[in-house]
Design a protein around this ligand. Structure first.
Ligand code: SF4
Ligand code: SF4
Length: 85
């Protein structure tokens, strides 16, 4: 088993990017994501969101809208796809 602090700390899906350096560990994105794409690292001073199941992301962007710190952003193609349909 990989220790918690060795897991990937930043991440992305086809639709969203996570910059963990900007994450304020509010967990709003974790609560909003209906596919459990995002999880928490909550270990002492080491606290931020992380992408754990990128393939399950549907591009709903609820996590991006919930993130007040700007840690989660929509990729350009996600914005294009969502505005074209
Ligand atoms: S875009 Fe939607 S499905 Fe993808 S991580 Fe964000 S809330 Fe979850
Ligand atoms: S909503 Fe933003 S600041 Fe809050 S846990 Fe998610 S990525 Fe971090």
């Amino acid at each position: 088993m990989v220790p918690l602090f060795f897991h990937s700390e930043s991440g992305e899906t086809r639709f969203v990017l996570l910059n963990k350096a900007l994450c304020e560990a509010c967990w709003d994105c974790v609560e909003k994501c209906h596919r459990q794409v995002i999880d928490k690292i909550d270990f002492w001073f080491h606290r931020h969101a992380r992408i754990v199941a990128p393939d399950l992301c549907t591009g709903c962007l609820k996590c991006v809208k919930a993130c007040a710190s700007g840690a989660l952003t929509a990729k350009t193609q996600a914005i294009r796809m969502l505005t074209e349909h």
